[in-house]
Write a protein that binds this ligand. Structure first.
Ligand code: 5GP
Length: 120
């Protein structure tokens, strides 16, 4: 598995505005948008603005400011969407065994219904 960042990945194109998205939130550190194939009534992806392949890459290489900015953006989006009181789920797939499809770090936010236990 390569750790080389591919700037032609689909989320890099979304960040550059080359491909449209349904934007939920954007700041200096992060962009949040609706997943194109939602698995729950609320299914939002939050990505850092920096070029990081995965959570592993990000946690190893990103600056403290980038990490803080991204973590705060995820929390902010969940609050703005009214998910805190009913509850929500965060998920990040990393690498092959987890079926990570897009090689730019993304955290999934799921909510809007009782999600049930996580099976895997
Ligand atoms: P992964 O399996 O990598 O954790 O999740 C990738 C997610 O990106 C999937 O839920 C998929 O539906 C979503 N996705 C893939 N391509 C696009 C796209 O072009 N636009 C948006 N909004 N979501 C996408």
């Amino acid at each position: 598995p390569t750790l080389e960042y591919d700037d032609q990945n689909i989320f890099a194109k979304i960040l550059r505005g080359e491909i449209p998205c349904r934007k939920v939130f954007e700041d200096e550190w992060a962009l949040a948008f609706d997943d194109i194939n939602p698995q729950a009534p609320v299914h939002v992806l939050v990505i850092p603005k920096g070029a990081y392949v995965s959570w592993d890459d990000f946690s190893a290489k990103a600056s403290d400011a980038e990490v803080a900015g991204f973590v705060r953006a995820v929390g902010h989006v969940a609050r703005e969407l009214g998910l805190v009181e009913p509850g929500y789920r965060l998920l990040a797939n990393i690498g092959i065994d987890a079926h990570q499809e897009v090689p730019h770090l993304h955290v999934h936010i799921f909510g809007g219904k009782p999600l049930g236990p996580m099976l895997m």
